[in-house]
Design a protein around this ligand. Structure first.
Ligand SMILES: [Zn+2]
Length: 271
Protein backbone atom coordinates (compact mmCIF):
# COMPACT_ATOMS: atom_id res chain seq x y z
CA UNK A 1 0.00 0.00 0.00
CA UNK A 2 3.05 2.30 -0.16
CA UNK A 3 2.11 3.37 -3.68
CA UNK A 4 -1.35 4.23 -2.43
CA UNK A 5 0.06 6.42 0.37
CA UNK A 6 2.44 8.18 -2.06
CA UNK A 7 -0.48 8.80 -4.40
CA UNK A 8 -2.53 10.42 -1.66
CA UNK A 9 0.49 12.50 -0.68
CA UNK A 10 0.93 13.65 -4.29
CA UNK A 11 -2.74 14.59 -4.34
CA UNK A 12 -2.34 16.59 -1.14
CA UNK A 13 0.48 18.49 -2.82
CA UNK A 14 -1.76 19.29 -5.74
CA UNK A 15 0.03 16.95 -8.19
CA UNK A 16 -3.07 15.27 -9.54
CA UNK A 17 -1.30 13.75 -12.58
CA UNK A 18 1.37 12.06 -10.48
CA UNK A 19 -1.27 10.95 -8.00
CA UNK A 20 -3.29 9.29 -10.75
CA UNK A 21 -0.19 7.57 -12.17
CA UNK A 22 0.67 6.11 -8.79
CA UNK A 23 -2.90 5.06 -8.13
CA UNK A 24 -3.15 3.32 -11.50
CA UNK A 25 0.05 1.44 -10.74
CA UNK A 26 -1.25 0.51 -7.29
CA UNK A 27 -4.55 -0.62 -8.81
CA UNK A 28 -2.73 -2.94 -11.20
CA UNK A 29 -0.87 -4.55 -8.31
CA UNK A 30 -3.89 -4.84 -6.03
CA UNK A 31 -6.19 -6.26 -8.70
CA UNK A 32 -3.69 -8.94 -9.71
CA UNK A 33 -3.18 -9.82 -6.02
CA UNK A 34 -6.97 -10.03 -5.58
CA UNK A 35 -7.40 -12.02 -8.81
CA UNK A 36 -4.81 -14.54 -7.64
CA UNK A 37 -6.99 -15.48 -4.63
CA UNK A 38 -10.43 -14.90 -6.22
CA UNK A 39 -11.25 -18.61 -6.22
CA UNK A 40 -9.80 -19.27 -2.76
CA UNK A 41 -12.98 -18.86 -0.75
CA UNK A 42 -11.45 -20.35 2.38
CA UNK A 43 -8.56 -17.91 2.38
CA UNK A 44 -10.09 -15.33 4.69
CA UNK A 45 -9.52 -12.62 5.72
CA UNK A 46 -6.81 -12.37 3.00
CA UNK A 47 -9.28 -12.74 0.14
CA UNK A 48 -11.64 -10.00 1.29
CA UNK A 49 -8.79 -7.69 2.38
CA UNK A 50 -7.17 -7.83 -1.08
CA UNK A 51 -10.48 -7.32 -2.86
CA UNK A 52 -11.35 -4.43 -0.53
CA UNK A 53 -8.00 -2.71 -1.34
CA UNK A 54 -8.54 -3.11 -5.09
CA UNK A 55 -12.06 -1.66 -4.78
CA UNK A 56 -10.84 1.24 -2.60
CA UNK A 57 -8.10 2.23 -5.06
CA UNK A 58 -10.42 1.97 -8.06
CA UNK A 59 -12.79 4.26 -6.17
CA UNK A 60 -9.99 6.82 -5.64
CA UNK A 61 -9.31 6.84 -9.39
CA UNK A 62 -13.00 7.30 -10.08
CA UNK A 63 -13.34 3.90 -11.79
CA UNK A 64 -16.75 2.90 -10.44
CA UNK A 65 -17.04 -0.18 -12.63
CA UNK A 66 -13.81 -1.78 -11.37
CA UNK A 67 -14.58 -0.73 -7.80
CA UNK A 68 -18.01 -2.37 -8.01
CA UNK A 69 -16.55 -5.55 -9.49
CA UNK A 70 -14.03 -6.06 -6.68
CA UNK A 71 -16.53 -5.08 -4.00
CA UNK A 72 -18.94 -7.72 -5.26
CA UNK A 73 -16.22 -10.30 -5.44
CA UNK A 74 -15.23 -9.47 -1.84
CA UNK A 75 -18.83 -9.92 -0.72
CA UNK A 76 -19.06 -13.25 -2.52
CA UNK A 77 -16.46 -14.61 -0.09
CA UNK A 78 -16.88 -14.77 3.69
CA UNK A 79 -15.48 -11.46 4.91
CA UNK A 80 -15.11 -11.19 8.68
CA UNK A 81 -17.55 -8.76 10.28
CA UNK A 82 -14.98 -5.95 10.59
CA UNK A 83 -14.12 -6.11 6.88
CA UNK A 84 -17.80 -6.47 6.02
CA UNK A 85 -18.51 -3.13 7.71
CA UNK A 86 -15.75 -1.49 5.67
CA UNK A 87 -17.14 -3.08 2.50
CA UNK A 88 -20.56 -1.60 3.26
CA UNK A 89 -18.94 1.83 3.62
CA UNK A 90 -17.24 1.33 0.26
CA UNK A 91 -20.55 0.22 -1.25
CA UNK A 92 -22.13 3.56 -0.29
CA UNK A 93 -19.23 5.54 -1.77
CA UNK A 94 -19.25 3.52 -4.99
CA UNK A 95 -23.02 4.00 -5.29
CA UNK A 96 -22.54 7.77 -4.97
CA UNK A 97 -19.86 7.68 -7.67
CA UNK A 98 -22.12 5.60 -9.93
CA UNK A 99 -24.94 8.11 -9.50
CA UNK A 100 -22.62 11.01 -10.34
CA UNK A 101 -21.22 9.36 -13.46
CA UNK A 102 -24.55 8.10 -14.74
CA UNK A 103 -25.66 9.55 -18.07
CA UNK A 104 -28.84 11.62 -17.45
CA UNK A 105 -31.97 10.03 -18.83
CA UNK A 106 -30.60 6.50 -18.67
CA UNK A 107 -31.26 4.43 -15.62
CA UNK A 108 -28.47 2.25 -14.30
CA UNK A 109 -28.70 -1.45 -14.94
CA UNK A 110 -28.01 -2.43 -11.35
CA UNK A 111 -30.38 -0.02 -9.70
CA UNK A 112 -33.55 -0.63 -11.67
CA UNK A 113 -36.65 -0.15 -9.49
CA UNK A 114 -37.50 -3.85 -9.29
CA UNK A 115 -34.07 -4.70 -7.88
CA UNK A 116 -34.31 -4.32 -4.10
CA UNK A 117 -31.00 -4.28 -2.21
CA UNK A 118 -31.80 -7.71 -0.76
CA UNK A 119 -32.45 -9.21 -4.18
CA UNK A 120 -29.26 -7.63 -5.49
CA UNK A 121 -27.27 -9.23 -2.68
CA UNK A 122 -28.92 -12.62 -3.26
CA UNK A 123 -28.28 -12.44 -7.01
CA UNK A 124 -24.58 -11.88 -6.36
CA UNK A 125 -24.44 -15.28 -4.72
CA UNK A 126 -26.18 -17.11 -7.55
CA UNK A 127 -23.18 -17.00 -9.85
CA UNK A 128 -21.89 -20.54 -9.46
CA UNK A 129 -22.49 -23.64 -7.35
CA UNK A 130 -22.14 -24.30 -4.49
CA UNK A 131 -23.82 -21.10 -3.28
CA UNK A 132 -21.79 -19.58 -0.44
CA UNK A 133 -24.74 -19.58 1.94
CA UNK A 134 -22.84 -18.34 5.02
CA UNK A 135 -21.35 -15.54 2.88
CA UNK A 136 -24.86 -14.64 1.77
CA UNK A 137 -26.11 -14.52 5.37
CA UNK A 138 -23.18 -12.31 6.38
CA UNK A 139 -23.72 -10.04 3.35
CA UNK A 140 -27.30 -9.60 4.56
CA UNK A 141 -25.86 -8.59 7.94
CA UNK A 142 -26.75 -11.85 9.68
CA UNK A 143 -23.95 -13.34 11.73
CA UNK A 144 -23.66 -17.14 11.55
CA UNK A 145 -22.10 -19.27 14.26
CA UNK A 146 -21.81 -23.00 14.82
CA UNK A 147 -22.63 -24.11 18.32
CA UNK A 148 -23.78 -27.10 20.37
CA UNK A 149 -27.58 -27.23 20.14
CA UNK A 150 -27.97 -30.78 21.49
CA UNK A 151 -29.53 -33.59 19.46
CA UNK A 152 -33.01 -32.11 18.98
CA UNK A 153 -32.39 -28.77 17.25
CA UNK A 154 -30.96 -27.92 13.82
CA UNK A 155 -30.66 -24.18 14.31
CA UNK A 156 -32.08 -20.96 15.62
CA UNK A 157 -32.35 -17.35 14.58
CA UNK A 158 -32.43 -14.67 17.26
CA UNK A 159 -32.28 -10.93 17.76
CA UNK A 160 -28.70 -9.81 18.25
CA UNK A 161 -27.68 -6.17 18.58
CA UNK A 162 -24.07 -7.12 17.73
CA UNK A 163 -24.91 -8.04 14.13
CA UNK A 164 -25.67 -5.33 11.58
CA UNK A 165 -29.08 -6.74 10.59
CA UNK A 166 -30.02 -7.16 14.24
CA UNK A 167 -30.21 -10.95 13.83
CA UNK A 168 -27.82 -13.88 14.19
CA UNK A 169 -28.09 -17.58 13.35
CA UNK A 170 -26.85 -20.51 15.38
CA UNK A 171 -26.30 -23.80 13.55
CA UNK A 172 -25.89 -27.16 15.24
CA UNK A 173 -22.16 -27.90 15.05
CA UNK A 174 -22.77 -31.68 15.21
CA UNK A 175 -24.83 -31.77 12.01
CA UNK A 176 -23.47 -32.85 8.62
CA UNK A 177 -22.29 -30.07 6.29
CA UNK A 178 -25.22 -30.38 3.88
CA UNK A 179 -27.61 -30.14 6.83
CA UNK A 180 -25.84 -27.09 8.23
CA UNK A 181 -26.05 -25.39 4.84
CA UNK A 182 -29.75 -26.09 4.63
CA UNK A 183 -30.30 -24.80 8.18
CA UNK A 184 -28.54 -21.51 7.39
CA UNK A 185 -30.63 -21.13 4.21
CA UNK A 186 -33.83 -22.01 6.12
CA UNK A 187 -33.06 -19.39 8.77
CA UNK A 188 -32.26 -16.79 6.09
CA UNK A 189 -35.77 -17.67 4.85
CA UNK A 190 -37.20 -16.96 8.31
CA UNK A 191 -35.27 -13.69 8.43
CA UNK A 192 -36.55 -12.52 5.04
CA UNK A 193 -40.13 -13.74 5.42
CA UNK A 194 -40.97 -14.03 9.10
CA UNK A 195 -38.83 -11.80 11.26
CA UNK A 196 -41.89 -9.86 12.37
CA UNK A 197 -43.52 -13.12 13.46
CA UNK A 198 -41.30 -14.00 16.39
CA UNK A 199 -40.20 -11.91 19.32
CA UNK A 200 -36.68 -12.84 20.43
CA UNK A 201 -35.77 -16.20 18.93
CA UNK A 202 -37.04 -18.99 16.76
CA UNK A 203 -35.73 -22.53 17.21
CA UNK A 204 -36.09 -25.24 14.56
CA UNK A 205 -35.88 -28.95 15.26
CA UNK A 206 -34.38 -31.38 12.77
CA UNK A 207 -37.71 -31.62 10.89
CA UNK A 208 -37.70 -27.81 10.60
CA UNK A 209 -40.62 -27.44 12.94
CA UNK A 210 -40.79 -24.44 15.25
CA UNK A 211 -43.38 -22.31 17.05
CA UNK A 212 -44.50 -21.08 13.62
CA UNK A 213 -47.17 -22.86 11.57
CA UNK A 214 -46.29 -25.65 9.13
CA UNK A 215 -47.32 -23.36 6.30
CA UNK A 216 -44.74 -20.75 7.30
CA UNK A 217 -42.13 -23.47 7.80
CA UNK A 218 -42.78 -24.76 4.29
CA UNK A 219 -42.36 -21.23 2.94
CA UNK A 220 -38.96 -21.01 4.66
CA UNK A 221 -38.04 -24.41 3.17
CA UNK A 222 -39.02 -23.32 -0.33
CA UNK A 223 -36.99 -20.14 -0.06
CA UNK A 224 -34.05 -22.13 1.32
CA UNK A 225 -34.24 -24.45 -1.71
CA UNK A 226 -34.31 -21.43 -4.05
CA UNK A 227 -31.24 -19.97 -2.38
CA UNK A 228 -29.20 -23.19 -2.34
CA UNK A 229 -30.34 -24.54 -5.72
CA UNK A 230 -31.14 -21.50 -7.88
CA UNK A 231 -33.01 -22.24 -11.10
CA UNK A 232 -30.41 -20.46 -13.24
CA UNK A 233 -27.63 -22.69 -11.86
CA UNK A 234 -29.70 -25.86 -12.35
CA UNK A 235 -30.07 -24.84 -16.01
CA UNK A 236 -26.33 -24.21 -16.26
CA UNK A 237 -25.48 -27.63 -14.83
CA UNK A 238 -27.88 -29.28 -17.28
CA UNK A 239 -26.25 -27.36 -20.14
CA UNK A 240 -22.95 -28.87 -19.00
CA UNK A 241 -24.48 -32.34 -19.16
CA UNK A 242 -24.89 -32.70 -15.38
CA UNK A 243 -28.36 -34.18 -15.04
CA UNK A 244 -28.42 -36.78 -12.28
CA UNK A 245 -29.76 -35.69 -8.89
CA UNK A 246 -26.67 -37.24 -7.25
CA UNK A 247 -24.24 -35.14 -9.27
CA UNK A 248 -26.37 -32.04 -8.88
CA UNK A 249 -26.63 -32.54 -5.10
CA UNK A 250 -22.83 -32.82 -4.92
CA UNK A 251 -22.39 -29.64 -7.00
CA UNK A 252 -24.80 -27.65 -4.85
CA UNK A 253 -23.62 -29.02 -1.50
CA UNK A 254 -27.08 -30.25 -0.56
CA UNK A 255 -28.53 -33.62 0.42
CA UNK A 256 -29.86 -35.93 -2.26
CA UNK A 257 -33.35 -35.62 -0.74
CA UNK A 258 -33.26 -31.82 -0.93
CA UNK A 259 -32.09 -32.02 -4.54
CA UNK A 260 -34.81 -34.51 -5.48
CA UNK A 261 -37.46 -32.32 -3.86
CA UNK A 262 -36.17 -29.31 -5.75
CA UNK A 263 -36.27 -31.24 -9.04
CA UNK A 264 -39.78 -32.45 -8.24
CA UNK A 265 -38.81 -36.12 -7.99
CA UNK A 266 -39.19 -38.43 -4.99
CA UNK A 267 -41.23 -37.62 -1.92
CA UNK A 268 -38.57 -37.62 0.78
CA UNK A 269 -39.34 -35.17 3.56
CA UNK A 270 -35.95 -35.29 5.21
CA UNK A 271 -33.29 -32.81 4.23
ZN1 LIG B 1 -38.12 -23.05 10.57
Amino acid sequence: MELFDSALLARQHGDETRSKELLTEALGMETSAADSVAGEYLLEPTRSVLHRSAAAIALQIGDAKTARRYLESALAGSPPLEILKELRGLDDQITRLERKSRIPGRSGRRRSPDMTPTKMIIDRFKQKPPVNIVGLAEALGIHVQETDLGSEFAGEIFRDTDSSSGYSIWVNASDATVRKRFTVAHDIGHYLLHRDRFTDRLKDDHMYRSSLSNQLEQAANRLAADLLMPANLIRELRAQGINSPEEMAASFGVSLQAMQLRLGIGKGRKR
